[in-house]
Every structure is written in C-alpha cells, then in structure tokens.
Design a protein around this ligand. Structure first.
Ligand SMILES: NC(=O)c1ccc[n+]([C@@H]2O[C@H](COP(=O)([O-])OP(=O)(O)OC[C@H]3O[C@@H](n4cnc5c(N)ncnc54)[C@H](O)[C@@H]3O)[C@@H](O)[C@H]2O)c1
Length: 328
C-alpha cells in the first residue's frame, strides 16, 4: 500500500483526496490543514491521522509520498521540506510563485533525488491527450492555426481570498493561463515570436491573451477569471488542420472534414467516488489520470517523465519572462 500525505484540504485538496480514494493500492494516511474541519471532512472513509500546519505532517507522518495543495505562495517552502522526507512529491500548479523558487526546487530535487510531479493537469486531460495524438499522427495534415481558451467565473473559494491577491497567486496569468501555455509548449515547443497582453482590473491580473507564432502556423491562447458566477467554466480548443478542424467545446469533441462532422469518442472511466467533490465530477478525469500516473510511478520506483518539475519550471519561466512583452 502506497501511503499518501496530503497538505492543504481546500478546493484542490478535496479533488485529490477523491482521486486517491479511487486508486487501488493507495491509502490516504495523513491530512493537514490549518482549518481542522477541512481535514476532518476529507478523512471520512479513511484512517488518516490529522495535522494542522503542513510542516507537522512533513515532520511527523509515516508516508511514502506527499502531495502539496497549498496556496501557490506556500509551495516552495513546503516542497523544499517535503523533498528531505519522501522520494516522490506532487506539487499543484503553478509550481511556485517565482522563477527563483522554481530553480531552488530543481536544485533540491537534484540533491535529494526526490522525484517531483506538478499538477499541469491538462497534459493528462482525455481530450487534450487525444488532440496531442491526432497532431502527432499527421492524419489531417499540418496544423494551420489553433485556439485554446479557459474562461472562469471569479475564483472566490480561496482560503483568506488568496487567489484574488495577485502577489500571492500571480493572478489569472500565472494561475489559469499557465494551463494552456504549458500544454501548447508541450505540444508545439517554443514559438518563433510571441505577443502577450494582460488586462488589469484594479490591481488584479484577470485576463491574458497570448498569440504564439510558429513559422507557418499561429496559436492563440486566452484566459480569464473575472466572469460572473452565472457564466459556466469553459476550457475549449479549436485546431485547424490542412484537412480537418478538431474542436472541443461545450462538452462536444468533434472532427469536421469536407465529408461531414464526426464526434471523437473517448472512453470515460467509471469511478466509484468515495467522497464528495469540490469541482464538477466530470472534471475528475484529468486529476484522476495525473494522480494515477504519479502513484503508479511511485509504486514502481520509476521516474516522473510527464508533467515533471523541470517542465513546469520551464513553463513558469516562459510565462513570467514573456508576459506583457512584445516580441518583434
Ligand atoms: N490543477 C488545477 O486545475 C487547479 C485548480 C485549482 C487550484 N489549483 C492549485 O491548487 C493549489 C491550492 O488551491 P486551492 O484552490 O485548493 O486553494 P484553497 O484556498 O481552496 O485551499 C488551500 C488550503 O490550504 C490550507 N492551508 C493554508 N496554509 C496552510 C498550512 N500552512 N498548512 C496546512 N494547510 C494550510 C487552507 O486552510 C486551505 O484549506 C494552488 O496552487 C492552486 O493554484 C489547481
């Protein structure tokens, strides 16, 4: 049994706990949150020992792996401590608040040999995995242009409202836009040219629009989180190939060709959820896939090759280094 310690039992911690409860050979044995009621809630159906501050879990719990779902500005401090304790560590995205902290984590991982995965979950999301395969197959010819969008109502659930404090979360650019930027970089690599602008609402970075120019094709990426609560969360893409258009929008994943439109079928996993979920249950897929991969690698003593720490820090540096700048 792989013994998991989870630090941070808020929105994403709840999602992760529900995933672990559905993975065979994995046991949630330790939970930490400054709000005891949050840890108690997730402990239902487990024999987990509960801690307050995450450092207590790191110092005292008997665990094989640690998962950090703390607010972003706390990632580096807890990840550095956790790497002295365990050989496998999961850190939510964005991996750190600053590029310097990202480098510190890489250095620590090299020193300790700790294998670190970061929650760049889009790399594990079924439709995005399928799109990557379609692009690699070349069956519809070359990509002509592409568009990725992530539109969210205001994220008001955060502990002490940390998400709306750009100094603590990085705002929509670092927290939300990084999902699609990381995916685009993982599929297409670094662009030849880039144009990225962010829109401040008050002090907050709440809208980012980035255009990446790759020699003979262009990719647009848009992210915002200042929509009203009545607006649904939307993560969509449209990729125009020479011979087809592949679109994922409003729950429909469709390939349009000269012959007609055809739904691209994805086999969805049936999950026997052990607890409630903070997000939409249909969203568990990508989170489940990434944590299934993480725990499988840990059980096998194998390296973390997908959504690695190095990849995540590279995406963070790309975003923070080039955001709001013109590249002629
Ligand atoms: N992959 C995704 O799609 C996705 C989605 C949402 C959030 N996230 C990321 O997950 C991380 C957590 O975000 P969230 O939305 O769950 O935030 P949240 O505010 O809902 O949860 C954070 C929790 O940490 C607890 N906490 C704070 N300091 C602590 C400490 N020192 N020790 C123990 N517990 C402590 C808080 O009480 C709170 O319950 C962030 O990095 C965020 O960017 C990722």
């Amino acid at each position: 049994m792989l013994k998991v310690g989870l630090i941070g039992c808020g929105f994403m911690g709840t999602m992760h706990a529900n995933c672990y409860k559905n993975i065979e050979g994995v046991e949630l044995v330790a939970l930490a949150d400054l709000r005891p009621e949050k840890a108690q809630e997730l402990a239902q159906g487990t024999n987990a020992t509960l801690y307050g501050d995450g450092m207590e879990l790191i110092e005292q719990a008997d665990v094989d792996v640690i998962d950090i779902c703390l607010p972003t500005y706390l990632h580096a401090k807890y990840a550095l401590a956790a790497m002295d304790k365990v050989k496998y560590l999961f850190v939510e995205k964005p991996v750190t608040l600053t590029m310097e902290e990202g480098d510190e984590l890489i250095a620590k991982a090299e020193k300790t040999g700790c294998r670190v995965q970061v929650g760049q979950v889009i790399r594990f999301w079924d439709e995005y995995v399928a799109l990557r395969d379609i692009i690699a197959s070349g069956k519809y010819g070359k990509v002509v242009n592409a568009n990725f969008r992530r539109l969210s109502p205001s994220p008001d659930w955060g502990w002490e409202n940390w998400l709306h404090n750009t100094a603590l979360s990085g705002g929509a650019g670092q927290d939300l836009h990084i999902h699609d930027i990381d995916y685009v970089l993982s599929v297409f690599g670094e662009p030849a040219k880039l144009f990225s602008v962010k829109n401040l609402v008050g002090e907050e970075n709440s809208y980012v629009n980035t255009i990446l120019q790759y020699g003979d094709f262009v990719v647009g990426v848009e992210g915002t989180w200042n929509l009203p609560a009545s607006h649904p969360f939307q993560a969509t893409f449209r990729v125009v190939f020479e011979k087809a258009v592949v679109e994922n929008d409003a729950g429909k994943f469709i390939c349009y060709t000269a012959e007609g439109a055809e739904e691209i079928k994805i086999e969805k996993k049936e999950l026997a959820l052990a607890g409630g979920t903070a997000g939409n249950i249909s969203d568990l897929g990508g989170y489940f896939n990434e944590l299934y991969y993480f725990t499988s690698q840990a059980k096998a003593g194998a390296p973390i090759e997908q959504a690695s720490l190095t990849d995540a820090v590279a995406s963070l540096k790309f975003l923070l280094g080039k955001e709001l700048s013109f590249h002629a």
